[in-house]
Design a protein around this ligand. Structure first.
Ligand code: HEC
Length: 160
């Protein structure tokens, strides 16, 4: 108790909190651009409780996955997240030449970067996209994607 009554310790604590927030905001502007949704193909739907996710990507990426080729630079994958039938947010992954170099090896997800956009397409500045990368790193063997394995089964109707 006595320690926290010390004004020096308190100001050190405040400075720490401020720099942490500053770091998070700074960390979150990255190279992911909001994609042209009209050009993407909705290949699968994931439903869980009141959540419905429409997952989509480019025709070029779908062709690459189907023929076992690498997914090209410039590809977006988008998870359009609806809650109770209303648009809630967009999760976006983009692959770009050199994108991986922005992160150190412990965080890197090859040349993919991640971003969270609100329905007005603004970035959620409170998110630290290291979290996205950390979870998607478990899918390293399938190009950091959880649902790409469904693409070969797509025949015009989103796979469920
Ligand atoms: C705790 C693990 C976890 C975290 C954290 C996470 N994801 Fe995912 N992500 C998944 C899973 C699992 C799926 C497959 C769909 C599902 O089951 O909901 C997925 C699917 C996706 C997809 C569709 C492509 C694919 O991999 O199938 C995108 C795009 C995506 N996530 C982006 C993001 C973004 C952006 C963030 C951070 C803001 C993020 N994810 C954080 C687990 C995670």
């Amino acid at each position: 108790m006595k320690r926290f009554a010390n004004p020096l310790a308190l100001s050190a604590l405040a400075a720490c909190a401020v720099s942490l927030v500053g770091w998070q905001v700074h960390a979150e502007s990255n190279r992911v651009a909001f994609p042209e949704l009209d050009t993407l193909v909705h290949y699968t739907t994931v439903k869980r409780g009141n959540v419905t996710e429409h997952i989509m990507t480019t025709p070029e990426a779908m062709a690459a996955v189907k023929s076992g080729k690498p997914i090209p630079a410039g590809t977006h994958f988008v998870l359009v997240d609806h809650r109770d039938g209303k648009l809630y947010r967009y999760f976006v992954m983009e692959r770009g030449a050199g994108f991986g170099a922005d992160y150190d090896a412990s965080r890197r997800t090859a040349d993919w970067q991640f971003q969270w956009f609100w329905p007005d397409k603004s970035i959620n500045k409170d998110e630290n996209t290291a979290r996205c990368q950390s979870c998607h790193r478990s899918q390293q063997g399938s190009d950091y994607l959880f649902t790409a394995y469904r693409i070969p089964r797509f025949n015009g109707t989103p796979v469920e």
